[in-house]
Ligand binder design. Structure first.
Ligand code: PLP
Length: 446
C-alpha cells in the first residue's frame, strides 16, 4: 500500500547542538544537521536507525517505533535510572493526550484526585470533563507542602484518592519546583496511602542555575560536562519509585517544539499495556512525519548531542530568567511585592500583599477584588500578567472533606504569573517596567 503514499522523501535542516550565546540555535551551511528520510528503508543513510516513510506513514506501531523507543529508553536510563526492572515507555501525542489517557485509564466519573492548589487549567478541565473531582493540596513557592498533603489524607473522609497529579518542576502556573526532600516525603505518602503519582514534566529540562544578581558569579555558574548536567537535575518521581506507582509524562514540546506533538509515558510495563489498548482506539499512533523526523534528528545528534542541546537550553533559560528577575527587582516595589526566582520552567510569579492596598477595606478585604484592580491597571499601563486566582483549583469530593485550617496568607496575598519564554527580552523588560508602575500606582507608591 505504501506504493501509493505520495511522499518519497522528507528533509529538514537542524542545528548542531550547542547554542551561540544569547542568539539561539544557529544553522550555517558549514555546521548543520541534515535529515533526509526516504520512503524506502534501503535509501536511508542510517539504515538501522532511521524510520523509513513506508513504515512511519502506515497504521499500527501504536507503542511507537523501536528506533525511537530504544533511544528514549537509553535516555531515561541516563537521566532517571529507574529503580525497578519492569519499567517501560510508550509513545504519545504529548502530555495533553497522555494526561487525558491517564484519566481514562485509572479513574472514573465521581472519583477524586489530588492536584496542586494552583494548577494548569487545561489539565483540570480534562479531569472535570470526565466527571473527576480535583481536590487541591496546599502549596507554597516551592510546591506542594508534604505536611499539608499528609494532614489532608489523614483526615480524608470516604474512599482515598487514587492519584496525585503534579507538575513538579517549573510548575505551571506558579513556577515552583519540588525539592528532592519534598519529593521523597510525597512518595512516602503515596506508599502509605496507596495512590499513584502522575508527574507531568514538560519543563523538567528547563532547570536553570540558581539566580544571583552578582554578574561575576553568573559567569561561573554554568554546567560544563554531561555528568555535571545530569547530577544537577532534581530527582524525578520515577527515579524514586520502587513500587511501580509513578507514571511519568514526558514531551518534546518545550525542548524541541510543541507542534512536534510527540511525547512518551514512562511507567510499569503492565500499566502501559492499558494505555496501549486505549491508544489503539484513540490516537492510533503519533504522526508518522513527526516520528521519522524526531527520530532522525535524535539518531544524528546521538545521546551526547541531545544532552548538549539540553545543556544549551539550560543556559538560554537561565539567561532569560535572569533578565526577568533583574527587571522585577528593579521595577517592582519591594514594599508590597515578594518573589522567589524560579529554578525551572518558563514562569515566574510575584506575590503581592493586598492588605497594604489603600482600598483593601473598601473592597471588603477580598483579595480577588484587589487582584482585579491591579490586573486592570496593568492592562492600562500596557502589560498583561495573569492573576493567580485564574488557576485556583476548585473541587469537592463526595462525601466532602473535613475543613482543614486555612493558610492565613490566603486572605492577604495574591500572585501574578509572568513568562520569559514567549517575548523578546527587550520587550519583556519594558513590559515588566509597566507592570511595576501599575503596582506602584495602585498602592500609591509613585
Ligand atoms: N502539561 C503542562 C503542565 C503544560 O504546561 C503544558 C503546556 O503548556 C502541557 C502539559 C502541554 O504539553 P504537550 O504539548 O506535550 O501536550
Amino acid at each position: 500500500m505504501s506504493d501509493y503514499f505520495p511522499f518519497d522523501k522528507i528533509t529538514a535542516d537542524a542545528p548542531t547542538p550547542g547554542f551561540a550565546n544569547g542568539i539561539g540555535a544557529q544553522i550555517t551551511e558549514a555546521d548543520k544537521t541534515v535529515l533526509e528520510i526516504y520512503k524506502k528503508a534501503d535509501a536511508n543513510t542510517k539504515k538501522n536507525l532511521d524510520v523509513e516513510l513506508a513504515r512511519s506513514l502506515q497504521y499500527g506501531f501504536t507503542e511507537g517505533h523501536t528506533e525511537i523507543l530504544d533511544f528514549l529508553k537509553e535516555h531515561t536510563e541516563l537521566i532517571h535510572k529507574p529503580a525497578y526492572a519492569d519499567w517501560d515507555l510508550i509513545a504519545s501525542v504529548g502530555n495533553t493526550e497522555s494526561w487525558d489517557s491517564t484519566l481514562r485509564t485509572f479513574v472514573t466519573r465521581g472519583d477524586s484526585i489530588l492536584v496542586e492548589e494552583y494548577s494548569f487549567s487545561s489539565a483540570l478541565e480534562t479531569a472535570h470533563a470526565q466527571g473527576v473531582n480535583t481536590i487541591p493540596v496546599a502549596m507554597d513557592t516551592e510546591g506542594i507542602l508534604p505536611e499539608a498533603l499528609s494532614s489532608l489524607l489523614d483526615n480524608w473522609v470516604g474512599p482515598k484518592p487514587k492519584m496525585l497529579y503534579t507538575i513538579c518542576t517549573g510548575q505551571n502556573p506558579t513556577g515552583s519546583s519540588l525539592s528532592a526532600q519534598r519529593r521523597r516525603e510525597i512518595y512516602a505518602l503515596a506508599v502509605k496511602h496507596d495512590f499513584i503519582i502522575v508527574e507531568d514534566e514538560p519543563y523538567y529540562f528547563l532547570q536553570m542555575e540558581t539566580y544571583t544578581s552578582d554578574l561575576e558569579a553568573r559567569k561561573a555558574r554554568h554546567v560544563h560536562s554531561h555528568e555535571e548536567f545530569v547530577s544537577a537535575l532534581v530527582p524525578s518521581f520515577i527515579s524514586l519509585d520502587t513500587e511501580g506507582r509513578v507514571i511519568r509524562l514526558d514531551s518534546f514540546s518545550k525542548v524541541l517544539a510543541p507542534g512536534v506533538r510527540f511525547g512518551w509515558i514512562v511507567g510499569q510495563a503492565k500499566l502501559l499495556e492499558r494505555y496501549l489498548r486505549l491508544h489503539e482506539v484513540t490516537i492510533q499512533c503519533p504522526s508518522g512525519f513527526s516520528s521519522s523526523l524526531v527520530n532522525g534528528l535524535l539518531q544524528r545528534w546521538g545521546q551526547s548531542g541531545y544532552l548538549d542541546w539540553l545543556i544549551g537550553l539550560r543556559a538560554e533559560y537561565t539567561h532569560k530568567r535572569d533578565v526577568a528577575i533583574d527587571a522585577v527587582v528593579k521595577y517592582f516595589p519591594s514594599e508590597v511585592v515578594s518573589f522567589l526566582p524560579p529554578v525551572a520552567g518558563m514562569f515566574f510569579t510575584t506575590t503581592i500583599d493586598v492588605s497594604k492596598h489603600p482600598k483593601y477595606k473598601e473592597l471588603g478585604e477580598d483579595p480577588v477584588k484587589v487582584e482585579e484592580q491591579i490586573y486592570n491597571q496593568g492592562i492600562e499601563q500596557g502589560c498583561l500578567m495573569i492573576p493567580g486566582s485564574w488557576f485556583k483549583t476548585q473541587g469537592q469530593s463526595n462525601p466532602p472533606q473535613k475543613e482543614l485550617p486555612e493558610n492565613p496568607e490566603a486572605k492577604t496575598h495574591i500572585f501574578f504569573r509572568g513568562t520569559y519564554a514567549a517575548v523578546p527580552l527587550d520587550d519583556l523588560v519594558i513590559g515588566l517596567e509597566k507592570f511595576g508602575r501599575a503596582i506602584k500606582i495602585e498602592f500609591g507608591l509613585e
